[in-house]
Ligand binder design. Sequence first.
Ligand SMILES: C[S@@+](CC[C@H](N)C(=O)[O-])C[C@H]1O[C@@H](n2cnc3c(N)ncnc32)[C@H](O)[C@@H]1O
Length: 250
Amino acid sequence: MTGDFDYQGYGGRYARIRRGDPRIAAQLARALGPARSVVNVGAGTGSYEPADRLVVAVEPSGDMRSRRAPGAAPVVAAVADALPFPDKAFDAALSVLSVHHWPDLEAGLAQMRRVARGPVVILTFDPEFLAGWWLADLCPAVIAVEARRYPAIDRIAAALGGSVSVTPVVVPADCTDGFSEAFFARPEAFLDPAVLDAQSAWGFVTAGERQRFQAQLAAMLADGSWDRAHGHWRTRAAFVGAVRIITAQP
Ligand SMILES: C[S@@+](CC[C@H](N)C(=O)[O-])C[C@H]1O[C@@H](n2cnc3c(N)ncnc32)[C@H](O)[C@@H]1O
């Protein structure tokens, strides 16, 4: 295992539920700017890899690597804190929803800075903003777990150095990706075991807590109490919650 969660055996559900959202991809493309060559660290099954640039993916999990689409960018089996590339080998370095898994965050970010001539772009969750939606009322345990796992934005910025900007990400109500906030308007999704299995957070709460949450949510949806308390979330077109893009120029 190379991070805090073992993705071996999870790749199938992950690939089905976690499909990169084109609107979030457009926000990442703006952060990458004119970069032609990009290394994508913690690439998983290939979500958010720009098709119009030269991409090299880095992914330690064999299961995730095996589920990359035919024709996807070449993938190297490696971890963030030992990137097997020369200094300044790429125009830019990208990492999407991966830094919270790394055993040595600063070492991984230093490696990304080392191999990129231009921007290092990190998509992650700001732990200070995770509780800003209805899941925090129904399952505070999973929010607390996530708040402990995600590194502070300031820590990432300090490790990258240079000129750093932090941009909140707009998550659309019909987001095709399957991280938890993506379902802010679709509570029924949390009753699907495949959705929870594709979100590593649920591997850090007890099975009993996961069952309790799902039973409570199912009951609240059935008797209308979820809609009375939280139904306004169904009508929002988008949500700016905890997802952030950090861009560090050298
Ligand atoms: C939540 S997935 C994100 C995958 C992909 N970037 C996406 O957005 O769908 C996290 C990925 O980070 C990878 N990972 C875990 N530990 C890592 C490490 N030390 N270095 C690089 N990647 C790592 C996992 O194997 C997994 O594929």
